[in-house]
Write a protein that binds this ligand. Structure first.
Ligand SMILES: Nc1ncnc2c1ncn2[C@@H]1O[C@H](COP(=O)(O)OP(=O)(O)O)[C@@H](O)[C@H]1O
Ligand SMILES: [Mg+2]
Length: 1067
């Protein structure tokens, strides 16, 4: 057996460990998920006790593996805890609980999906999943053989597997259709092929082998069904307490009124002879109405069209009508029809001529040479012909149905597929009265048992061989002898039966029995009334034969064997059917059959051949087994019938199977796996074994103290002889695990923190890099943009004088805008500011000039608007001053900023007498001055007062001099920085003393006022050099001016007045 074979995987899995549950518990204690939830006490400490309480989950680990009692104890223990599944290595034993268990939910499916087989408690899903994954990895074909007696749960198991694949396999929209069809083919086939028997309310009355095809992706892409020997006799006859096929009851109970009217049916099963015989048309566990709906819906999913469905129901109804066709003998004893109504319905529903049909049912057509002669039937003949027709129609329609479903499941893609076959075949069956059907069914079970023995032994032997371990032969019962008894050429029961059927003359069931007695006389597994010893004889009727099957004794009644094996249908009936207008019927009765002169194969031979084909199909595949056991005969939940189970355990060969598995070694697993689990138990292998796993295991087991006869080292696996060795190891592992767990936890925490830190650091670097990159890209863009702009700018600059282009116009626009912006921000703030104006670029010279003018005007306007009348008067005066002195007298510039005042001497400060003298002339301005004598140039302080009419010089109360303005010829001052002013007075008036020489600190103010009062500007003169002055009597004098360190006035030797003033630099 190859190392990767499913059995290998399975084997290794015998010690499963389920996450979250103590390994010991899941290993040694059978726990199913549902049960675990109910048994929270199964904690670490409780594991060992629990081991005994719910038994072991793999019989291979049963210490007393040869004891049937121990085996049963384990099954019972588990069964009472609702643990219905237990392994024997690869094989799954399932005990029918007869109640709904919460272990088939979607959650459970997810739980088992893709999980290594040995990690979870036994389950049908684990087996299905493991078969599927082995198929995918090894790319080979598999089959799951589900066996067990009728009612043990085979069909349920196969449905569970199919449902599991439907949910767990990957799929697509198209494949969903295939998947749905596969699932939905079940209700259809069950309606037509299942019936209530004494053993099972939903007993499959046909064998079913279904291939599910998977593509390399593991998607279910197609399917194919093979059906085996439908129990047709049930159509016309049911034992007490049994029913016909479900579909009849479903139609009558569930069909709506319209449909029933079209089919001529009444809504009452009791009305139909074919339904009423068993006297149990309603069963509490069956809801025909609902099942009808399900089946109708399934037909649509499986792609049956309207006419298919119409024809199909027509056939079902026609069978019911046919059952009610009744014959009476006429005066000659020939069969005549009693009432035509039913037959008319039959002919209508099957679309055949009613006369022709009636003739076929009441006359036999005999071909005599070239003539055809009609020979009338007796009532028995007619009844026989009627029932034969009913069986034929139903049986053939069933085959048609399977073919039709196969068409809808067919995968068109020719690429290679792997398959998983599901074999749900009728189980071993023993009734009170057993007939031809039971004979076939039980023969089939013998064949499957044979196949099972061959495959398991072969597999086991192959594994030993592959591992280089010596094979130790096992004692077990090989049922080949029974198979041979039934099927051997020329000598077997089938051969004898066929011979009787085919031979000319009057062969009857009794002659058949006699032939058997003759041939099988000394066979250890064959007994009849005649052959039996005295005590056995009492249990046998004359017409019985008994076979000692591997599963137990079964007594068959020979009545009907010949007929059933012949399965004769008169030729004229076939012809009638062939001419039917119901397409299904026509297809079921092909013309080739009526034309052929060859005798068709007998039923038993057909069945034998089909089983041989099946065996060939299965032998080419990897096998998985599900063995179903009935817990009791009464379908009661929670009841474990020891006797019944013991019997099944025996005949299903479970003990033998276990013995084969345990022949040498209870336990085996791959070195890597063994080492991986138990390496903590040895310092040399913990935490890592660097060498070859086999060497590691050798060191490990030596350290554990395994004795040489307790184990063997194979090529890839270690084989352990006794479970107790393993338990001890497991216990040690359990103890060690806790210590290790805390160590590992600490390590792991450190590792996690480091990892987290590293991750964060990496993230930071990554972000930094990204950020930098983004910045660099931005900078590059900015630069590229700048280069472009600068280039454009330069080009624009170079061509600025040329004709307008995009470049230069943009440049010039920029220049303009730039200049205007600059200008806006740097406009002169005052009218006097003549320097701040921005120099315009050439293109804007003109504009700049206009703007400048505008701006100044605006400023002037603003200034002017903001000016007060006083200030205006002041400025007018300053303007006059400027007109007189600007550019002429050195001290002028310094005077500009000094504001003029109304007057320098308040009226109160003028002597009251002096004031009275001049008051009537109205004083306009007065200012203190120094007057110099005309001769000695003595300085004398005086008040100079300008009135409306004259200049007055006042000393306290004395009016020293009065010069009317018309006598004032002019005023002269020097061009230097002094404050001397000389008033030239006309000498015509004798009262006048001559010109006045005065020094006034407010020279500009005083003279400006004077010029305004007299309205004579040009009479004020600025003169360079000496100034001549005149005195009374024609005399004259001079005032000389010069500059010096400090200001002074003195009389020179030449008699002139010398005025020195400090030099003022800028003029
Ligand atoms: N796993 C199961 N859980 C609950 N009930 C089951 C289970 N298997 C079988 N049964 C019950 O037993 C009945 C018979 O099972 P079925 O599969 O039809 O038997 P078989 O095909 O072996 O004759 C079912 O109708 C169902 O009531
Ligand atoms: Mg079944």
């Amino acid at each position: 057996m190859s190392e990767r074979s499913p059995r290998g995987v399975f084997q290794e899995g015998a010690i499963p460990c389920q996450p979250g549950i103590s390994c010991k518990e899941s290993t040694l204690v059978g726990t199913q998920p549902g049960a675990e939830l109910r048994n929270p006490k199964l904690d670490l400490e409780g594991a060992l006790i629990a081991r005994d309480r719910v038994g072991i989950q793999d019989f291979v680990l049963l210490d007393a593996f040869t004891s049937e009692n121990a085996f049963l104890d384990n099954l019972r223990k588990r069964f009472t805890e609702d643990l219905i599944y237990t392994y024997i290595g690869t094989l799954l034993v399932s005990v029918n609980p007869y109640k709904e268990l919460d272990i088939y939910s979607r959650k459970q499916m997810d739980y088992y999906m893709g999980v290594n087989f040995f990690e979870l408690p036994p389950h049908i899903y684990a087996l299905a999943d493991n078969a599927y994954h082995t198929m995918l990895t090894e790319y080979n074909n598999h089959f799951i053989l589900i066996s067990g007696e009728s009612g043990a749960g085979k069909t349920e198991a196969s449905k569970k597997i199919l449902q599991y694949y439907a949910v767990s396999c990957p799929s697509s929209a198209i494949l969903d259709t295939v998947r749905d069809r596969m699932l939905m083919s079940n209700p259809v086939l069950e309606a037509f092929g299942n019936a209530k028997t004494l053993k099972n309310d939903n007993s499959s009355r046909f064998g079913k082998y279904m291939d599910i095809q998977f593509d390399s992706e593991g998607e279910a892409v197609g399917g194919h069904i093979l059906s085996y020997l439908l129990e047709k006799s049930r159509v016309v006859h049911q034992n007490h307490g049994e029913r016909n096929f479900h579909v009849f009851y479903q139609l009558v109970e569930g069909g709506d009124e319209d449909l029933l009217r079209q089919l001529g049916l009444e809504k009452n099963c009791q009305h139909y002879r074919y339904l009423a015989q068993g006297e149990c048309s309603t069963v509490s566990s069956i809801n025909d109405k609902n099942d009808w709906k399900t089946m109708r819906n399934a037909l649509a999913v499986v792609d049956f069209d309207k006419s298919d469905i119409e024809h199909l129901f027509g056939i079902i109804a026609s069978v019911l009508h046919l059952g009610n066709v009744h014959f009476e003998p006429d005066v000659f004893g020939n069969a005549t029809l009693l009432g035509h109504a039913e037959l008319r319905w039959v002919s209508k529903l099957l679309s055949v001529n009613v006369q022709v049909l009636q003739e076929a049912l009441t006359f036999r057509k005999i071909e005599a040479k070239s003539d055809e002669v009609l020979s009338p039937f007796s009532v028995d003949n007619a009844n026989y012909a009627r029932d034969a027709l009913a069986k034929a129609i139903y049986g053939r329609t069933f085959n048609w149905l399977v073919n039709r479903i196969n068409q809808s499941l067919e995968n068109q893609d020719s690429s290679r597929k792997t398959v998983i076959g599901l074999l749900d075949i009728y189980g071993f069956e023993v009734f009170h009265l057993n007939s031809f059907e039971q004979f076939c069914i039980n023969y089939c079970n013998e064949k499957l048992q044979q196949l099972f023995i061959q495959l398991t032994l072969k597999a086991e032997q192959e594994e030993y061989e592959a591992e280089g371990i010596g094979w130790e032969p096992v004692q077990f019962f090989n049922n080949k002898i029974i198979c041979d008894l039934v099927e051997e050429k020329h000598r077997g029961i089938i051969a004898v039966l066929d011979e009787e059927c085919l031979r000319p003359g009057d062969a009857t069931d009794i002659t058949f029995l006699e032939k058997l007695e003759e041939k099988m006389e000394h066979h250890p597994h064959f007994v009849t009334h005649m052959l039996a010893d005295k005590s056995t004889r009492r249990t046998l009727e004359r017409g019985d034969f008994r076979l000692l099957h591997y599963a137990g004794e079964v007594t068959y009644c020979v009545v009907g064997f010949i007929d059933k094996n012949n399965d004769l249908l008169y030729r004229n009936i076939k012809e009638v059917m062939h001419n039917s207008k119901n397409s299904i019927v026509r297809e079921c009765f092909p013309s080739t059959e009526t034309e052929s002169r060859r005798r068709p194969e007998t039923v038993a031979t057909q069945f034998k051949n089909s089983l041989q084909k099946l065996a060939d199909i299965l032998m080419a595949k990897e096998a998985w087994y599900v063995r179903c056991l009935k817990s009791n005969e009464t379908k009661k939940s929670g009841h474990f019938d020891d006797m019944l189970v013991r019997h099944q355990v025996k005949y299903l060969g479970l003990m033998e199977h276990l013995r084969v598995r345990r022949a040498g070694f209870a336990y085996r697993r791959r070195y890597e796996v063994f080492l991986k689990r138990y390496k903590p138990l040895c310092p040399e292998t913990w935490p890592h074994w660097r060498g070859v796993p086999a060497d590691g295991v050798a060191i490990l087991v030596e350290h554990l103290g395994y004795k040489p006869d307790e184990y063997k080292m194979g090529r890839t696996k270690i084989f352990i002889r006794h479970p107790r060795t393993l338990f001890a190891t497991e216990d040690a592992y359990e103890r060690c695990k806790h210590e290790l767990a805390s160590k590992i936890q600490a390590k792991y925490k450190g590792y996690r923190t480091r990892g987290e830190f590293k991750k964060q650091k990496e993230a930071a670097t990554k972000i930094e890099n990204c950020w930098r990159g983004a910045q660099a890209r931005k900078e590059r863009e900015r630069r590229a943009w700048a280069v472009k702009v600068i280039k454009k700018f330069i080009k624009g600059y170079m061509t600025r004088g040329e004709a307008k282009t995009t470049d230069n116009s943009e440049y010039l626009a920029f220049v303009r805008q730039n200049y205007l912006n600059r200008l806006k921000q740097n406009l002169p703030k005052t009218v006097l500011d003549k320097t701040t104006w921005q120099t315009p670029p050439p293109v804007l010279t003109e504009t700049s000039e206009i703007l400048r003018v505008l701006h100044y005007r605006l400023m002037v306007r603003k200034y002017v608007r903001g000016i007060t009348p006083q200030r205006k008067a002041q400025l007018t005066l300053k303007g006059i001053t400027s007109a007189i002195f600007k550019g002429k007298k050195d001290s002028y510039p310094a005077s500009v900023a000094v504001p003029f005042v109304e007057t320098r001497i308040a009226e109160d400060d003028i002597n009251i007498r002096a004031l009275q003298m001049i008051k009537q002339e109205r004083i306009k301005y007065s200012v203190p001055v120094i007057k110099y004598d005309r001769k000695g140039f003595k300085p004398r302080p005086r008040q100079l007062i300008f009135t409306q009419a004259a200049v007055h010089l006042v000393e306290e109360a004395k009016l020293k001099q009065r010069v009317p303005y018309n006598a004032l010829k002019g005023v002269t001052c020097s061009n230097l920085g002094d404050c001397i002013m000389i008033f030239h007075v006309s000498c015509d008036d004798p009262k006048q003393k001559g010109d006045m020489i005065m020094e006034c600190d407010h020279l500009f103010e005083a003279l400006t006022k004077l010029s305004v009062i007299t309205n004579k500007q040009d009479s004020i003169k600025v003169q360079q050099g000496s100034i001549k002055f005149e005195m009374q009597g024609g005399k004259e004098g001079f005032v000389d001016f010069s500059t010096g360190q400090e200001r002074m006035c003195y009389k020179e030797k030449n008699g002139h007045l010398m005025v020195v003033s400090p030099r003022i630099r800028a003029r």
